[in-house]
Design a protein around this ligand. Structure first.
Ligand code: CO
Length: 318
């Protein structure tokens, strides 16, 4: 049996009571708190520099999701001795390029020998605790806005299987490389109730974590789910990543009538995302303002559902 993880008791840890917070937030002053997050993973594309950019955008995303401003980052690298060192240089260059775009200083890092390459970053940022956004705070009546399409897990699986090339998933690659900074700025300028970013647990899992933390029901419109090109076609061929099955196993019990969901809806809902968009719960009267700010900066402004009261901690697809 698994033993419980140790809990931290510290009044300055502002995320202590927020389950599945995207980052840890620790108060260091009246109007100032540290936002810290770490993420690293194996390659999802072949080109090392592209992978570096995606990994950096992905790692920075958790800070943006909480309304924070990332300041510094540390590289975390696992690298096989059999691979050309130039590959490592290219990965780090991609990561550094993305951090520079974000105005984040890469202040160091650590590399270990590993059987397969792994790359990511530990990121530190700042947030005013009064302006912190989290999975907690969504209210009945809020609209749900997603800022990037879905399906990167399905595309990465097809790429690994040799069914598609990197050129075939160009739009998704550009999406994964895109920082969630502009989306976070739009969210802060609008004033929203809750936010999280969509990564490994898929829209299904992250929406349910938001539902649980906020004590609300998340209602998703199946017809409104945005996907990158070719995702539906590839999912129909059975190119569904292992993580998708884990997500279903873990999260479907909290989906109302989950066993009745269409296979293609579930494939997209449960698809683990890399560097996915922000999922934002915004008061209905500010939804148009948020969406127009998102559009103005080239972000997606997909209206995919709403928050209701019934069956707190659950998700329903309509
Ligand atoms: Co996150």
């Amino acid at each position: 049996m698994l033993r419980q993880l140790p809990t931290v008791e510290d009044d300055n840890l502002l995320t202590a009571a927020i389950p599945f917070a995207d980052a840890g937030v620790y108060r260091i002053g009246e109007e100032c708190a540290l936002v810290q997050s770490v993420d690293f993973f194996t390659p999802i594309v072949d080109d090392p520099e592209t992978w570096g950019r995606i990994a950096a955008a992905n790692a920075l995303s958790d800070v943006y999701a909480m309304g924070g401003r990332p300041l510094t980052a540390l590289n975390l690298v696992g690298f096989p001795t059999c691979l050309d060192r130039q590959v490592l240089v290219d990965i780090l260059r991609g990561g550094a390029e993305k951090c520079a775009e974000a105005g984040v200083a890469v202040v160091g890092g650590h590399t270990v020998e590993d059987d397969e390459p792994k790359f990511g970053l530990a990121v530190t940022g700042l947030v005013d605790p009064a302006r912190m956004v989290s999975t907690r705070g969504a209210r009945p009546g809020d609209q749900l806005v997603l800022t990037k399409p879905l399906g990167t897990g399905i595309l990465a699986t097809a790429l690994k299987g040799g069914i598609i090339t990197e050129a075939d998933m160009d739009e998704a690659i550009r999406g994964m490389e895109r920082l969630n900074r502009a989306a976070a700025e739009a969210m802060l300028a609008t004033g929203v109730n809750a936010c999280t970013d969509i990564t490994g647990f898929g829209l299904l899992g992250h929406a349910l974590e938001l539902a649980g933390a906020s004590g609300v029901l998340v209602e998703i419109d199946s017809g409104a789910l945005p996907v990158y090109p070719r995702v539906r076609e590839l999912a129909a061929m059975g190119l569904v990543p292992a993580g998708s099955h884990n997500n279903r196993k873990y999260y479907l019990p909290r989906v109302i009538d989950g066993q009745k969901l269409a296979a293609e809806t579930l494939d997209i809902l449960a698809d683990p995302q890399t560097s996915g968009g922000l999922l934002i719960a915004v008061p209905a009267d500010r939804c148009d303002a948020l969406r127009s700010k998102l559009r103005d900066t080239g972000c997606g402004d997909f209206l995919i559902g709403r928050i209701t009261k019934a069956q707190a901690g659950h998700l329903q697809v309509v």
